[in-house]
Design a protein around this ligand. Sequence first.
Ligand code: PLP
Ligand code: SF4
Length: 344
Amino acid sequence: MITRSPALLQRHDEAEPLAPPPAWQAQLAGAIRDPAELCRRLGLDAAWRPGAEAGHALFEVRVPEAFLSRMRPGDPHDPLLRQVLPLGEETLPAPGFVADPLEEAAHTPARGLIHKYAGRVLLIASPACAVNCRYCFRRHFPYGDNAPSRAQWESSLDHLRHDPTIIEAILSGGDPLAASDRQLAWLVERLDAIPHLRRLRIHTRLPVVIPDRIDGGLLDWLGKTRLQKVIVLHINHAQEIDDAVIDACARLKTAGATLLNQSVLLRGVNDSVDALAALSERLFEAGVLPYYLHVLDPVAGAAHFDVPDDQARELVAGLREVLPGFLVPRLVREIPGEGSKTPL
Ligand SMILES: *Cc1c(COP(=O)(O)O)cnc(C)c1O
Ligand code: SF4
């Protein structure tokens, strides 16, 4: 079982004095991790239990209360629940669905760093996530091996310092905002000091699943850096965007961040023109522009989410008929070895 324990996050903070933990950390620690409790809280029929237990044995359940509160009780097809509820299907083998579909293991010159694309380097800033998404392409990723210590960070930073072609640092994970503000402030201060770096990009689901994560501590380091800031949220359905998420987005904007969104096209969650159009409209209400619509990476255990390419293209063609161009996301696939995401 993959365990993305918040305990790993303590590593950089070991020698630091005790301060009251911010509210979001308590919410993170209090996330539901028991499949039986998830079923009970949503009022699901007992028939869902065995599948939930079987999937959980492969990739543990993790659902914060703030995300759970946006689900409709008693509805096993709720689009938010579908993203986090383990199903028996996860245990079935599916041809072509593998453990490391993006072959990331081959592109890691320093621990916690992936340099595949020109000008951009991805740093695994935190191995932990606030929510475990069943379709995640990293559900089998060796997170334990990629939780960098400060010494390992220095080696990643050296890679950036010595390559002037890198102009954008992308914090990823896991979820980079699962790291503490102390850690992130430390890292961003060092990135800030690399003269050829221009942009700081953060790929995160935390402002969505725990909107309280966007607190004063975060806005402090984010607002300070000279780097241009792009925050790529990860929202798959309009129902994820409640008032608290809209407020969190507004706070991120006060720190000068440009907000984009990426989604994954998921059968049973957002595989209709109506659902995707409502998502784009709702994103724009929150001040966020749609960026990518990813087709599912063929990761073992997620085959039941797959939407065929032809249907994906039809859905995006349908979106073009009902939305302004700036609300139509780019439909892409990630192909190992390619120098960019590949349009479908
Ligand atoms: C997706 C990705 C990026 C960013 O790609 P953009 O097309 O610029 O959004 C960078 N590095 C890696 C390893 C990626 O997977
Ligand atoms: S938040 Fe992102 S990295 Fe974490 S489980 Fe979900 S999809 Fe995967």
